[in-house]
Design a protein around this ligand. Structure first.
Ligand code: F6P
Length: 350
C-alpha cells in the first residue's frame, strides 16, 4: 500500500510526531509513505519526497513540519489546479492520502472526497483548539505553555516598573489560548472573543492594582476579542487583529493608559506560540492521532477523520458539519473571571 501525507494551513507543534507515527504504522503493515510538500500546493505541482522510517525516526520532538505547509486551496482555481491535483495524485499511484490540517485544509479534503471520491483520511490540527472534532488538539498545549513561560517573564518586569502589560495571544476567533494561559498565570484580566469587551469593568478591576500590595497587572487578550461599544469599534476596524500586525492588544493598552494613567505596554506573542518543540502532552496526542489514522487507512475506511471526545480517540465521517468551529467553553472563562475582582487588602498587624 502506498500512502501520501500532507500538512496544510498554519504549522503546529506535533505535526512531525504525527508524520513519524503514520509512517511507522504503515511500514509495520508492509506499506510505504510519500510526503507531499507544502500542503495542497504539493499535489497541484507534483512536489513530493520519500518518507522512510529511518528518515522520520528522530522527528517526535521537532517543531514545524518537515513537509512544509501552505494555505493553497486548489478550489480557488478550479479550472486549472483541481485537474492538476488529480493528475499528480494518479501519477503517484497513491492508495490513500492522509491529510493533516485545520478547517480550511480539511475543507478541501471534503470537496475532493465528494467530487472525486479520493481515498482520504483526515487528522485535525490547530494550536487554536477551535475544532468541534476534538476536546483538545495537539499544538494547543504547547502554545499555552509558551504563553505561560512568556508571561512569567513579563510579570517580573511589569512588577519592577509598576506597569500594566497587555499580552495578545493567537486563537483566531476563539479565546482558548488566552483563557487557558491566563488561568495558568493568574492573569488579572482576560479578554476573549466569546465575551464582548467591557471597558468600564476592565478599568474597574485594574484600579485594585495600584496599592502597596499589588502594583502591576497582566491583561491577556485573544487576537479575536472585540469591542461592543460603537465608538471603540470605530478605533479597531480590522475583523480581528493579525499577529503580523498586532491590533486589539495595542488598542486596549492605549485605552488603559489613557483612562488610568498607569504606564502600560503591549506584547504580541505571535508566531512564538507556534514554533519550537511540542510538549510531552502534544507529542503523545499527535502520536496517537497518527496511529489512529494509520489504522483507518489500513482498514480502507476512507472519508473519515480522527476525533478526540471524552479523552477517547475515535473517528467520524469527514464532512463540513464535522469541521464546525468550537468557541471557548464559557465554563472555563467563568472560573478564570471569578478572580478578576479580588482586591489586595492590607494585612492587619496582630
Ligand atoms: O490558526 C493558527 C493561527 O496561528 C492563528 O492563531 C492565527 O490567527 C493565524 O494562524 C496566523 O496565520 P499566519 O501564520 O498565516 O500569519
Amino acid at each position: 500500500m502506498k500512502v501520501g501525507l500532507l500538512t496544510g494551513g498554519g504549522d503546529c507543534p506535533g505535526l512531525n510526531a504525527v508524520i513519524r507515527s503514520v509512517v511507522r504504522r504503515i511500514a509495520n503493515a508492509g506499506g510505504e509513505c510519500v510526503g507531499v510538500l507544502e500542503g495542497w500546493r504539493g499535489l497541484v505541482r507534483g512536489n513530493t519526497r520519500p518518507l522512510s522510517v529511518a528518515e522520520t525516526d528522530a522527528l517526535i520532538g521537532l517543531g514545524g513540519t518537515i513537509l512544509g505547509s501552505s494555505r493553497t486551496n486548489p478550489y480557488k482555481n478550479p479550472e486549472t489546479d483541481v485537474p492538476l491535483l488529480r493528475r499528480h495524485f494518479a501519477a503517484l499511484e497513491l492508495d490513500a492520502l492522509v491529510v493533516i490540517g485545520g478547517d480550511d485544509t480539511l475543507g478541501v479534503a471534503v470537496r475532493l472526497i465528494n467530487d472525486f471520491e479520493l481515498p482520504i483520511v483526515g487528522i485535525p490540527k490547530t494550536i487554536d483548539n477551535d475544532l468541534k472534532l476534538v476536546d483538545f488538539s495537539f499544538g494547543f498545549d504547547t502554545a499555552v505553555n509558551v504563553v505561560v513561560e512568556s508571561v512569567e517573564r513579563l510579570r517580573t518586569t511589569a512588577e519592577s516598573h509598576r506597569r500594566v502589560i497587555v499580552v495578545e495571544t493567537m486563537g483566531r476567533s476563539t479565546g482558548w489560548i488566552a483563557c487557558f494561559a491566563g488561568m495558568a498565570v493568574g492573569a488579572d484580566y482576560i479578554l476573549v472573543p466569546e465575551v464582548p469587551i467591557d471597558v468600564p469593568h476592565l478599568l474597574g478591576v485594574l484600579k485594585y492594582h495600584r496599592t502597596p500590595f499589588k502594583n502591576h497587572a497582566i491583561v491577556m487578550v485573544a487576537e479575536g476579542a472585540r469591542y461592543t461599544d460603537p465608538e471603540l469599534l470605530a478605533l479597531e476596524p480590522r475583523p480581528f487583529s493579525h499577529p503580523r500586525l498586532g491590533g486589539i492588544g495595542a488598542s486596549i493598552a492605549e485605552i488603559i493608559e489613557r483612562q488610568t494613567r498607569i504606564e502600560t505596554r503591549t506584547v504580541v506573542l505571535g508566531h512564538l506560540q507556534r514554533g519550537g518543540a511540542p510538549t510531552a502532552h502534544d507529542r503523545i496526542l499527535a502520536t496517537r492521532f497518527g496511529l489512529a489514522a494509520g489504522e483507518l487507512v489500513l482498514q480502507r475506511r476512507f472519508g473519515t477523520v480522527v476525533t478526540l471526545k471524552d479523552a477517547r480517540i475515535s473517528e467520524t465521517s469527514l464532512n463540513t458539519t464535522a469541521l464546525a468551529n468550537c468557541p471557548l467553553d464559557l465554563g472555563f472563562y467563568q472560573d478564570a473571571a471569578t478572580f478578576f475582582y479580588e482586591p489586595y487588602e492590607p494585612k492587619t498587624k496582630e
